[in-house]
Design a protein around this ligand. Structure first.
Ligand SMILES: [Zn+2]
Ligand SMILES: [Zn+2]
Length: 65
């Protein structure tokens, strides 16, 4: 469940995210876990990226819409 903005780490429902929703930002890897807002460890791969939360595991670019 996505509760937190992956780009700024604040609650998705908690305010404006204009800077997080630009086309450019949408292509960037996430920086925060959408479930707990922990800092993700991001690894860029030839196919995209892998972002790892110490608690929730891996997110990959292929799973994103
Ligand atoms: Zn945001
Ligand atoms: Zn997490």
């Amino acid at each position: 469940m996505t509760r937190f903005c992956v780009h700024c780490g604040r609650l998705v429902d908690g305010g404006a995210h204009e800077d997080c929703r630009t086309p450019r930002t949408a292509l960037e890897p996430p920086r925060f876990c959408p479930e707990c807002a922990r800092r993700l460890v991001v690894q860029v791969t030839p196919l995209g990226w892998i972002a790892r939360c110490s608690r929730h595991g891996e997110y990959t670019s292929e799973e994103t819409d």
